[in-house]
Design a protein around this ligand. Structure first.
Ligand code: MG
Length: 371
């Protein structure tokens, strides 16, 4: 340890708000570990996620648009980085634990199967009689079991706070009055939706699925346009698209910070434990919330259900289903790790776990080789 260096605890004590989760108050890990001399518990969690195989594979996984549609749009990895960027800004401004926020943001989509929600829906149908498949649940399977970077136990041995936050996402915990996720987890949920609303607009216009003129009919985008004109005057084409997307994020983040600051003051939490009893405090104003839902309905109809997106969707689902059946009928084809898994879970679950971890292109290659 460097002489006179600050420890994580010193830094947290100096800058965190009373309602923030402190590393020193963590309930620890399933397998006890000695604290690191200068990295806090959540910083280590963040690093464990970044160094995991599942995190690296996010670069080969579809967010909304598949690789065949071009190379401008977001992958699951760049979406994740954008969520982390927005979430850290919010977390830091509200004096929450930024390490925890970042760990949760980088973890939040780690369980996504290949081909985005199309892939998730296909695997969920395959497991309809076996408890279903969800990316949030699969994230837990990965970090508790399938990731094996350590010699003495399975999984990443993350802190209970990170696991509990992911359990909320997987709805193992239902969010209701008196049982809420940590504020750091609420920030990541909010940042996820802000990031995808903004980047899906950008990608869809770039791909020619939407025009800026169509978007300007939505009040939220029209307001962003007014702000763009105030700052830069009249813009066209690519520059208009990009400035609108920046404004979409800034407007939503600013609104959320204002609303959440007021909610936190009203709640008067004196510790992170207090926040678990609620109410939820990280929220948009009613007005922006309404306008966001309008934008999301518009994106659903015009983008997520666009014929070019739907065509890729059905094709990907068919290939995943065929591969699923092929491995279920002949589990000896599974890699050794997943054959061993058959001692603990059903064939169908083990096959879905194998498929769920694949990148888009690895999955397509398996399909070409086997089907
Ligand atoms: Mg996400």
């Amino acid at each position: 340890m460097v002489a006179h260096a600050f420890t994580r605890d010193d830094i947290e004590a100096a800058y965190l708000a009373p309602y923030a989760m402190r590393s020193a108050d963590s309930a620890g890990r399933q397998h006890p570990e000695t604290e690191h001399p200068y990295r806090g518990a959540f910083q280590r969690d963040r690093d464990r996620v970044v160094h995991s195989a599942a995190f690296r594979r996010l670069s080969g996984k579809t967010q909304v648009f598949t690789g065949g549609m071009g190379d401008y749009h977001r992958t699951r990895l760049t979406h994740t980085m954008e969520v982390a960027s927005v979430a850290r800004t919010i977390g830091r401004t509200l004096r929450l634990n930024e390490d925890l926020v970042e760990a949760l943001a980088l973890l939040h989509d780690i369980g996504h199967p290949p081909f985005g929600h199309a892939g998730e829906d296909a695997l969920n149908e395959c497991l309809v009689d076996d408890g279903g498949f969800s990316h949030n649940q699969f994230a837990l399977t990965l970090v508790l079991d399938l990731e094996r970077p350590y010699p003495h136990y399975r999984g990443l041995n993350l802190t209970r706070e990170v696991l509990m936050s992911q359990e909320f996402r997987a709805a193992k915990h239902r969010v209701h009055a008196g049982d809420c996720p940590l504020l750091e987890a609420q920030v990541v949920d909010a940042a996820d939706s802000m990031a995808y609303d903004a980047h899906d607009v950008d990608d869809a216009v770039k791909l020619g699925l939407l025009t800026v003129e169509e978007l300007l009919e939505l009040p939220l985008v029209a307001e962003c346009h007014r702000r763009v004109i105030d700052r830069f005057g009249s813009l066209q084409g690519k520059m208009l698209r990009r400035t609108l997307v920046h404004e979409l994020i800034d407007l939503q983040v600013s609104d959320l910070l204002k609303q959440s600051t007021a909610a936190l003051e009203a709640a008067g939490f004196s510790s992170a434990t207090d926040t678990l009893r609620g109410p939820l405090c990280i929220c948009s104003s009613a007005d922006i919330g309404h306008q966001k839902r309008e934008l999301e309905r518009f994106l659903f109809q015009k983008v997520y259900r666009h014929p070019a997106v739907i065509a890729g969707r059905s094709e990907a689902q068919r290939k995943l289903r065929d591969l699923f059946n092929l491995y279920c009928n002949d589990p000896a084809r599974l890699p050794e790790k997943f054959q061993q898994r058959l001692e603990e879970v059903s064939v169908r679950r083990a096959v879905a776990d194998y498929l769920g971890g694949m990148t888009d292109h690895f999955c397509l290659r398996q399909f070409e080789q086997l089907a």
